[in-house]
Design a binder for this molecule. Structure first.
Ligand code: NAD
Length: 703
């Protein structure tokens, strides 16, 4: 049974029972239709309450139905909503847990809503390249006004019951929303006044200036680039404001269909399913359970350590943050405080929650304070000997069961584990900067990492609100190894005739937040060069000397005001000195500079990513192609609406990728040859992924 119906006095209660999240699949909609009809026809029923079983209202439509285009099969959500609005008996929604997407659309159609203060409401459709398609844009606009609707629907960000009350989305808050909704429904029935029909409200849309929408579109354009859904959401909200309800609903449906059939929607749902698939580690023995993490510790309060400590604290886990000296600790904690203030100022955290989280971070300088931690993350300098020393010391003071994790970006996790007597409990947890914001956690399995250790860090990622991908242990793991070839190719393009500004523009127009050379300047060219120096290259390969020369000239990037560009504040400007330096390199290498078309730049930067991704899968470093996509999207700024490099490569045509790689290997050496797996897939010889669990993720590429 997917919807239950019972009577309390003269109020009928409809409960959606479709675990785990009460998705509004076809059976639920049919159940609701039946129950609504029964309540309508029963003369003893004077009012209704709609809620969800197991503590959650509904997390929304069934995504598989949306993708397949069957979500509107009768009875559609839209039909149920107009049935509710037209009912002569009051219907009150009792909201707790998640009330998202189609769930909120249903609740919005009720005559009143009571929520628990901590309930999670929202219309997150844009995150999947969709817009609400069952009256959500109309009803949220009519209830809360276009400004609030624009903000909520184009960001897809969830809001609490408390916030929903402030916005006018719900009518009351209660710790026990079901009981309160029963009372409210009975009171509405007794009052016998005309019922409030959400789609007919006009108070908040009566005097809206059309300029609001033009201004919002302009604001949105910069951050939405090739996406369609956010702009279509604005169109729908404008219609909800300016046009009669039936027309607005018709337009909403049209826009929703357009979004559903679009390439960005396909790419984004690919990532959604890839995220689910990434949680699975096929070779873990069945029944292995994650260890509970009640307390954590972080070693090193630098750029990464502070952010990692915040990540634990934000997830409710008390954390000790250790530094070498009181002074360094004070500096680290000051940075943490500044980051919390910024989160509050940005509105991503409210002041009370920020204060609670900050209170979970305890600064320490004594290793003896770490004995309570269930997990310790090391984030000291990227130096193998320093890390080995730290791990040897941790091994002596940590609880016997504690897991010791390293945030190294590229060092050998096995060599670090060997410094301890517990290599089975050593693992990589590679966070990205800023760690409290970036969603990726690249977990790295050492040779000896136990199944329990791996299960623990994979489960931990979810608790921390991160997307975890499990990588094998190699130089650079998944992300930085791919980055190496992307960055190297950017420099080869400079040698051949491109400029830093052209390369960065092409990549930014593609949808990355920042081009490769601007990123280098941000991270520090000395840092990039130090990493490069550690690598031993095969005899037929070379690095371009450009990076080294920039560092030699003191052009370290933003921090020195000069790098691939010169900087005025954060504004990057082309620098003739850099052009001269690059041209000198071309001359020395005997390269005749030429105009390189944008398309060639794009292909030559992205194709090595696809190729290296294929190599990583082939070597078993990456478990599946979806994992590679997640790493590059959530860790390196690849535009999500393009689905990640492997997904993109498939769409762009793998045969072209193979051709580019052949050309590159002729000049740059065997390392640039197309991966065998890439050649096989390009020739139509199957998919990227071998294991069965990947098939579920991989198959989504073609939805
Ligand atoms: P950082 O230099 O900002 O911070 C390192 C901190 O560790 C310093 O505050 C230092 O005082 C402290 N430290 C050094 N030795 C210590 C010891 N023995 N005990 C306690 N504290 C000690 O460095 P970071 O950028 O935060 O990088 C830390 C690690 O994270 C490195 O392994 C790096 O490769 C990795 N990483 C960095 C980034 C990034 O973007 N910065 C991203 C991912 C991973």
């Amino acid at each position: 049974m997917s919807v239950s119906y019972r009577l309390v006095g003269d109020v009928g209660i409809l409960t959606v029972e479709n675990p785990p999240v009460n998705a509004l699949g076809h059976a639920v909609r049919a159940g609701l239709l039946g129950a609504l009809g029964r309540a309508r026809d029963d003369v003893t029923v004077r009012a209704l309450v709609l809620h969800g079983g197991a503590g959650t209202f509904s997390a929304g439509a069934d995504l598989h139905e949306v993708i397949a285009g069957t979500a509107r099969e009768a009875p559609s959500a839209a039909e149920l909503e107009s049935l509710i609005e037209g009912l002569a008996k009051p219907v009150v929604a009792a909201i707790e847990g998640a009330c998202l997407g189609g769930g909120l659309e249903l609740a919005l159609a009720c005559h009143a809503r009571i929520a628990s203060p901590g309930a999670t409401l929202g219309l997150p459709e844009v995150k999947l390249g969709l817009i609400p398609g069952s009256g959500g844009t109309l009803r949220l606009t009519r209830l809360a006004g276009p400004e609030a609707a624009l903000e909520a629907i184009t960001s897809g960000a969830p809001f609490t019951g408390q916030r929903a009350l402030e916005l006018g989305v719900v009518d009351g808050l209660a710790a026990e929303p079901l009981a309160a909704a029963l009372e409210a429904a009975a009171a509405l029935a007794r009052a016998d006044a005309p019922l409030r029909v959400t789609s007919e409200l006009t108070a908040r849309t009566a005097r809206v200036s059309p300029e609001l929408f033009a201004a919002f579109r302009a604001k949105l354009a910069a951050r939405t680039r090739g996406q369609i859904a956010p702009l279509r959401a604005v169109d729908a909200i404008e219609a909800a404001t300016m046009r009669p309800a039936p027309e607005a609903l018709r337009l909403e449906r049209e826009y929703a269909d357009e979004c559903r059939d679009s390439a960005p929607r396909r790419a984004l749902t690919h990532l959604f399913f890839a995220e689910r698939a990434a949680r699975r580690v096929p070779d873990l023995p069945p029944g292995v359970t994650p260890r509970p993490i009640e307390r954590a510790a972080v070693i090193g309060a630098g750029t990464m350590g502070g952010g990692i400590a915040m990540t634990f604290a934000n997830a409710g886990i008390p954390v000790a943050l250790l530094e070498l000296s009181g002074e360094a600790l004070a500096r680290g904690l000051a940075l943490v405080d500044k980051n919390y203030q910024a989160s509050v100022a940005r509105g991503s955290l409210d002041a009370a929650r920020a204060a609670e989280a900050r209170a979970r971070i305890t600064g320490v300088t004594d290793y003896a304070a770490l004995g309570q931690a269930d997990l310790i993350v090391e984030a000291v300098y990227e130096d193998l000997e320093v890390k080995r020393e730290v791990f040897a010391r941790l091994d002596r003071v940590a609880a016997p069961q504690a897991i010791l994790a390293t945030n190294t970006s590229s060092l050998d996790v096995d060599a670090i584990a060997a410094a301890t007597a517990r290599p089975a409990q050593v693992v990589g947890t590679h966070f990205f900067s800023p760690a409290h914001v970036m969603r990726l956690m690249e977990n790295v399995r050492g040779r000896a990492s136990s199944p329990e250790t791996l299960a623990t860090v994979m489960a931990l990622a979810r608790r921390l609100g991160k997307v975890a991908v499990l990588a094998g242990n190699c130089d650079g793991f998944i992300g930085n190894r791919m980055l190496m070839y992307y960055g190297a190719e950017a420099e080869f393009l400079l040698e051949e005739g491109a400029t830093p500004a052209q390369i960065d523009r092409v990549i930014e127009e593609f949808g990355f937040a920042m081009g490769p050379l601007a990123v280098r300047d941000l991270a520090g060219n000395d840092v990039g060069f130090a990493i490069r120096k550690r690598r031993r290259l095969p005899a037929d390969e070379r690095w371009s000397p450009i990076l080294e020369r920039l560092v030699g000239a003191g052009r370290l990037g933003q921090k020195s005001g000069r790098g691939y560009y010169r900087y005025e504040g954060r504004r990057r400007l082309p620098d003739p000195e850099v052009s001269a330096l690059i041209e000198a390199v071309s001359r020395e290498l005997g390269i005749t500079r030429r105009d390189i078309p944008d398309e060639e730049i794009l292909a030559r930067l992205l194709h090595p990513l696809v190729n290296e991704g294929a190599r990583l899968i082939e070597e078993g470093i990456a478990q599946r192609s979806g994992d590679v996509d997640l790493v590059y999207v959530y860790g390196y700024g690849f535009p999500a609406w393009r689905g990640g490099p492997m997904y993109w490569g498939r769409r762009a045509g793998l045969q072209a990728v193979v051709e580019t790689m052949r050309g590159l290997s002729a000049t740059h050496g065997a390392r640039w040859r197309p991966a065998a797996l890439l050649e096989r897939v390009a020739a139509g010889g199957g998919g990227w992924d071998n294991d069965a669990s990947a098939a579920a993720g991989g198959a989504t590429a073609d939805h």
